[in-house]
Design a protein around this ligand. Structure first.
Ligand SMILES: [Zn+2]
Length: 545
């Protein structure tokens, strides 16, 4: 390979055009060149190291001028210029010389912008690339009223920081880490700042508290004072360790500091000594990972509302409802004082598991109870209630959304009728499979003036909203002691659950139309009509008041 790459003489000739001269090789055998780069209206001494095999990008270093900003993006304290993110630039190994010149141009451009105090956003993006250490899992939300406590510190090599220990214990249980104890000698500190974190020139990350406070002072002097005050207070209360979580507009980040409690001294002397010891204390950055429910739920759908805080009733925990229940929990159902009601009077039979979310381990259990148990294992803080009864026996007052995943048209119509008779209206999403897995369909009735499932057919059963062109195939299976059933694979139920979950998310975010949506699942069939709304029929026996 290396024989085909650019030779040193060619590279030397090319760099000489920019005023760079050869200055020997480094320990890796890379040729080194020295010269200057023009940036921000001045020349800056620079060095460039070139990998003649073209496997790595040239390394460019500059002498940072004394009047440079205290914090600069893409320029390390050693003067290394990061002009291309790894993986975004591939060197042409057949033109090392030309590529090196292009890299020098990019480096000069980055230096120019950095010296002018531009690209601050990049600094923020870079922050977490250079702030890492022990793992710290943050279960801290805006609603928790408890002071921060630290669980499991050191025992597993990582810490859980929480402002609701009961909630966090549930999560630890789900993670197989039950029995975690609150570390009484560890002080948890949370400080809120208005500044997004950015690395600073000089030794990075800050090796001790004095440097950390100096850095924070540049970012947000108020936060700096608060950090110092809280650390001193922890030290005065003879805590051994302080874990500090800084909540910034960009993200939360954390570090820990060992504290040495003061000895018997006069109060004034004690404070002075405490401050001296604190400044010298080592700062251990922590790699943090947020596990608070709101963050976990919303990080995959940024700027979208989730089901957190809503009361949702899922009627039918069969083949569609099982998968749908799981998707609803992933979308925040049951969190944040919300509730997910699972309603189904039937049991899961062993032959059902071929297309059910649940497996043989829960066969012969009631579907609602078993699904609740299964979902709670993965989402221990979700408020899920199981109702192993018919929907008519459940008090649905206060429910924000009713999801009918029974796939039984008669039951859907009956439910509509009984709610209308009771003078109640609950936004309802009905989801079902058409024929032997040919299509999946869902109808949203978000307001009383919208049509219901019965409004979709005329008096004599004529379909007003046909699913496919032509006739729906009629396939049944089952023999012997099994009752007849419509065969379709689990994938069809998953598709139905996905359609429903997407429509729920749209409804939460104000998108309700088209209210009748159809996805053709089986190949070889054409959708008969476009997705549309279903007008309410005056004489509908189900929804008329
Ligand atoms: Zn109707």
């Amino acid at each position: 390979m290396s024989s085909s790459t650019t030779g040193l003489p060619e590279l030397e000739r090319a760099l000489r055009t920019r005023g760079f001269t050869y200055a020997g090789r480094n320990s890796e055998g890379w040729p080194r060149f020295t010269g200057t780069l023009m940036a921000a209206g001045a020349t800056h001494e620079a060095r460039v190291y070139v990998d003649l095999t073209g496997q790595q990008l040239p390394r460019v270093y500059v002498n940072i001028p004394a009047n440079a900003p205290a914090v600069m993006p893409h320029i390390s304290s050693s003067g290394s210029v990061c002009y291309a993110t790894k993986g975004t630039l591939v060197l042409d190994i057949f033109d090392i010389a030309g590529q090196t010149l292009a890299c020098l141009d990019r480096a000069a451009n980055v230096l120019d912008l950095a010296l002018q105090g531009k690209m601050q956003q990049d600094l923020e993006d870079e922050f977490f690339a250079c702030w890492y250490g022990d793992l710290c899992l943050l279960d801290v939300d805006s609603k928790g009223k408890e002071p921060l406590s630290v669980l499991h510190f050191e025992h597993k090599g990582f810490a859980f920081i929480t402002n609701n220990s009961e909630r966090t214990q549930k999560k630890l249980g789900a993670m197989g880490l039950s029995g975690a104890t609150k570390m009484e000698f560890v002080e948890g500190i949370q400080v809120t700042t208005t500044a997004k974190p950015r690395p600073i020139q000089g030794v990075w990350p800050p090796p001790n508290v004095a440097d950390l406070l100096r850095w924070q002072n540049i970012l947000d002097p108020k936060a700096r004072r608060e950090i110092e005050r809280r650390l001193l207070s922890a030290s005065a209360r003879r805590k051994h360790i302080a874990v500090c979580v800084i909540k910034s507009p960009l993200a939360q980040y954390a570090f820990w500091v060992p504290l040495r409690p003061s000895r018997d001294e006069s109060p004034a002397q004690a404070l002075k000594n405490a401050r001296r010891r604190l400044y010298a204390a080592k700062v251990h950055p922590m790699s943090d990972c947020r596990i608070d429910d709101n963050y976990v739920t919303s990080r995959n759908t940024p700027n979208r509302k989730t089901l957190a805080g809503k009361r949702v009733a899922l009627v039918g925990c069969g083949t569609i409802g099982g998968f749908l229940g799981e998707l609803l929990v992933k979308a925040g159902a049951g969190l944040d004082n919300g509730e997910l009601q699972l309603i189904d009077p039937d049991s899961l039979f062993p032959q059902n598991v071929g297309r059910h979310r649940l497996g043989l381990n829960q066969a012969l259990e009631n579907k609602a109870v078993a699904l609740k148990a299964e979902l709670t294992r993965g989402a221990p803080t979700a408020n899920i209630k199981a109702f192993p009864v018919k929907v008519q026996e459940v008090q649905l007052d206060g429910v924000d959304l009713l999801i009918d995943a029974t796939g039984e048209e008669a039951l859907s119509n009956q439910l509509t009728r009984s709610l209308a008779d009771a003078g109640k209206f609950i936004p309802t999403l009905t989801v079902w499979v058409e024929g032997p897995g040919v299509a999946v369909r869902a109808l949203l009735r978000d307001a009383v003036e919208q049509g219901c499932t019965r409004c979709m057919s005329a008096r004599h059963g004529e379909q007003l909203f046909p699913v496919i062109d032509g006739a729906m195939p009629n396939e049944l299976a089952g023999h012997g002691c099994e009752s007849l059933y419509v065969p379709f694979p689990a994938t069809v139920s998953v598709r139905a659950a996905c359609l429903a979950a997407d429509m729920v998310s749209d409804w939460l975010n104000g998108v309700v139309a088209p209210r009748l949506q159809t996805d053709i699942v089986r190949k070889g069939f054409n959708k008969a009509i476009e997705d549309t709304d279903v007008p309410r029929r005056d004489n509908c026996p189900a929804c008329s008041s």
